[in-house]
Design a protein around this ligand. Structure first.
Ligand SMILES: NC(=O)C1=CN([C@@H]2O[C@H](COP(=O)(O)OP(=O)(O)OC[C@H]3O[C@@H](n4cnc5c(N)ncnc54)[C@H](O)[C@@H]3O)[C@@H](O)[C@H]2O)C=CC1
Ligand SMILES: O=C(O)C(=O)Cc1ccc(O)cc1
Length: 370
């Protein structure tokens, strides 16, 4: 008899021993389930919506929990933020021997609510994987969603080592990078790197509504980059922003001050000093973007060469093969394509010392670069 697909996939042993029960089988819950199933972990699922539950099980994120199932070793609460405290409390009461974690995007509000209710939090460890997608639901779930992404753990002095180890085992099994923070540090940090960008992106995209088709047709990579997350679920974000309002309000006020300063300098652009003010503000942006970690993060080790590729099958493959033949090691690749255009743009990141040679050698082979 053939083995089920999930067994065939499993090549790496899991750090997790025992059953993982996931409550909320949407994007996060199903992605966690899929990733753990790939490692043969026993995963049970629960969701308020029978359809979401059935879909998650159909996609292979785990099996629907049955009444006779043994108690789980760990429960992962992946419900929306406004019911996170309720669900954590219910899970701690239902499975007193299990460790309970949650993956909500805010950490302080659910924690304070649980403390306010007098819940014994010995077996609770809050957490938050910094990985997601614009759309929710099991349909969007991916087993590799957390690979190389930060996963914040918020423990307190009372957290037993075994409880911490179990939550860490789940995150590590999914390929995430562990980070420890207090709930306050977490919420301030995500306010800056996730919540402010969401508001700015949404409000920026909203400016496009009255634009003509002709104007929108000119849109390029810059607009796409700055508005990608504007298609995120408004209902989820109302919950996240509402639960983290203090840090987000402070950040929005500071941002509004910068917009005001910039507008004033632009209004007075012909007066002495104004151009410098504009340049200073724009260069601050350059300094800020240089701080974003990533392959090319702060080191500024790579330069980008843009290669024009004809919009026909096999062209990108040919470019990659020829780069290999030229001995040029590509560190990163990004593709841009304008709708309606017969050309695409492959932005390749390479070491600065090979950039000139790359441009010359590619040109000799007929490639056009920018
Ligand atoms: N969407 C994202 O990019 C990220 C979301 N998160 C957090 O993960 C959590 C889940 O978000 P998503 O998976 O995106 O949402 P989702 O909407 O895809 O899934 C949530 C699921 O929870 C179920 N649910 C709602 N109330 C429930 C209850 N009381 N009991 C059982 N199930 C219930 C819903 O039916 C739904 O299937 C949220 O707390 C969110 O803040 C964390 C990181 C990224
Ligand atoms: O798409 C992105 O860049 C994200 O950062 C997604 C995201 C959304 C919500 C979270 O709580 C964590 C991550």
């Amino acid at each position: 008899m053939n083995e089920p697909a999930s067994r065939v996939h499993s090549t790496v042993r899991s750090r997790v021993h025992g059953t993982v029960h996931i409550v909320g089988a949407g994007l996060l819950g199903s992605s966690i389930g899929l990733g753990l199933r790939e490692r043969d972990v026993d995963v049970t699922l629960e969701d308020l919506s029978p359809t979401s539950l059935a879909l998650a099980a159909d996609y292979g994120a785990g099996r629907v929990r049955a009444a006779e199932d043994p108690h789980p070793a760990i429960v992962v609460v992946a419900t929306p933020p406004d019911v996170t405290a309720d669900t954590v409390e219910r899970m701690l009461a239902t499975y007193p021997s299990a460790v309970v974690t949650d993956v909500a995007s805010v950490k302080l509000a659910p924690y304070l609510e649980l403390v306010r209710r007098g819940v014994d939090l010995t077996n609770y460890v809050g957490s938050h994987p910094m990985a997601g997608r614009e759309r929710g639901g099991a349909i969007m779930a991916r087993a590799d969603l957390f690979t190389a992404r930060p996963w914040v753990i918020c423990r307190d002095g009372e957290t037993p080592a075994e409880a911490l180890a179990l939550v860490e085992a789940v995150a590590l099994d999914l390929g995430a990078v562990l980070l420890e923070m207090t709930p306050e540090e977490h919420d301030r940090s995500v306010g800056l790197v996730s919540h402010l960008p969401q508001v700015v992106s949404s409000l920026l995209a909203a400016q496009l509504i009255p634009a003509t088709e002709q104007a929108i047709g000119l849109a390029g990579g810059g607009l796409r980059d700055t508005t990608r997350i504007a298609s995120s679920d408004p209902e989820l974000w109302v919950q996240i922003l509402g639960a983290n309002r203090e840090p987000v309000i402070a950040l929005l006020e500071s941002f509004a001050t910068d917009i005001e300063r910039f507008t004033e300098a632009l209004r007075a652009v012909d007066e002495p000093g104004s151009k410098r003010k504009l340049a200073d503000l724009l260069s601050s942006g350059m300094r800020g973007v240089g701080r974003i970690p990533g392959k090319h993060g702060t080191s500024e080790r790579f330069v980008t060469v843009t290669v024009l590729i004809d919009d026909k099958p096999g062209e990108l493959g040919r470019l990659l093969t020829e780069l290999g033949e030229l001995g040029i090691n590509m560190e990163d690749l990004r593709l841009e394509h304008s709708p309606g255009a017969q050309i695409g743009f492959a932005e390749i990141a390479i070491l600065p010392e090979v950039a000139d040679r790359a441009v010359t050698d590619l040109a000799a082979r007929g490639w056009r670069t920018l």
